[in-house]
Design a protein around this ligand. Sequence first.
Ligand code: ADP
Length: 433
Amino acid sequence: MKKRHINLIITITTISLLGIVFTQLYWVKKAVDLKDEQFNASVRMALKSVANQLLDYHNDSTIRQIQEFGPECIIEKTNIRDLINFSFLDSLMQEEMGCMKINRDYEYAVINYLNDRFVMGKYAEYEPELLRSKHKVSLKALYRPGEYWLVVYFPYQKSMILSQMIVWVILSALFLVVVIFTFSFTIYSFIRQKKLSEMKSDFVNNMTHEFKTPISTISLASEMLLKPFVFKSSEKTKKYAHVIFDENTRLQNQVERVLQIAILDKGEAKIRKKELDIHKVISKIVANFNLVVSKRGGKVLFKPNAKDHIIVADKVHFSSIIANLIDNANKYTPENPKIIISTEDFRDGVKIFVEDNGIGISPENQKQVFKKLYRVPTGNLHDVKGFGLGLYYVKTMVEAHEGSIKIHSELGKGSRFELFLPRSNKKNITHEE
Ligand code: ADP
C-alpha cells in the first residue's frame, strides 16, 4: 500500500474515532442533563404535593375567613406558625422524599423572602444555599401576607444523579479506552510491520548485491583458468586461483555473519567465557585494521588506560564486537578516518570507547541502530554496503556478557561508542591458554 493511502486511512480513522469520542461525551452530558431535569420535575411535584396537603389540612373556616376578608384586619392576629405544624410538615416531607427514594441528604425550610427569615424547617449547614435553591413552592395559597415559600436543597444532587448513571458512564469510558487502545495498537503494529518488511526487502537487496560481486568475480576467474594460455602459465593460474580463494573467503564471511544472527535469534549462540586480557586482543585487532585504514589516509589509535584489563569474556565474540565497531567507524568515515580506541577502569568492570570522526548518527537514529536489519536512511550522504546486523550483534553479545552499550554522536562530527563490560566470575573460570 502506498504511503499516501496509509496516511489517508490513518487520518480518516483518527478523525472518526475523535468524532465517536466527542459524540459519546455529548450523549453522556445530555443524559446527565436529562436526569437532572427529571429530578427537578419530581422535586417540583413533591413540593406541590406537600403544599397541597398542608392546604387541605388547614382548609378550615379561619383560613377561608382570612382569604375572604383580606389581610388588613386579621393579619396581626395570625401567624404562619399557627397554620403549619412543624411535625406534620416534617412527616409530609419525609413521605414525599421517600417516594423519590431520597431519605437523607436534603435540608428544607419555610422562608419568608421579604426579609429572608427562616420560619421553620430542618436545616443546619446550608442556609445560604437554601435561600438560593431553585426547588421551592409558594405557600401563598396557605398564607397570603409576606412571601412564604417552602424550599428544599439537595447538597449532593449532582453526585446523586451521577451515582445513578455511574455504571453507564464507566462502561462507555471503558469501551472508548479499549477502542482507542486497540486502534493505536493496530496502527503501531501496522507501521512496525511495514518498516520491518521494508527493512527485510532492503536486506535481501543488499545481500543479493553483496553476493553477486564475489560470485561474478569467481565465475570470471574460473573461466580464465579454463583458458589454455592461462592454465599453461603457473603464474597466471596462481593469480586467478588467489582471486577465487579471496572472493570465496569474502563470501564465506558474509554467509557466516548472516548465519550468526540466525543463531543469535534462536538463542543458541555459544558463549565460552574465559579470563581475557582485553588490551592484548584489542591491540591485535587494531594492528589488522591499521593496514586497511592507512590505505584510506587514516589511522587507528589505541589508548590502553585501564589498569585492570583482565575480564571474563568469550574471546571470539569479544573480538567480533570490537572488530564490528572499528569496521563501522572506518565504513562511516568518508575521508581520513581517525579512529581512537581507549579503555578505562569503571567500578567492577572496564569501559571501552570506540571513537571516530565520521558522518555521525542523528539522535532519532541513535535509538534505532541497534535494531536488527536497521540501517540509517542515508539519502545521498554515503553509499556504504551493509546488512544492518553489526550493531544488533554487538548489543546482543554485550548484553550476553552482562554489559551495556551507549552512543554519543553528533551528525557530521563523529560517533563515540561506549561499552561497559563487567570483570565478573573471575574466580570460577579456566585460565586463558
Ligand atoms: P551496517 O553497517 O551493516 O549497515 P550496523 O548494524 O553495523 O549495520 O549499523 C547500523 C547502522 O548504524 C548503519 O547502517 C549506519 O547507518 C549506522 N552506524 C553504525 N556505526 C556508525 C558509525 N560509527 N558512524 C555513523 N553511523 C554508524
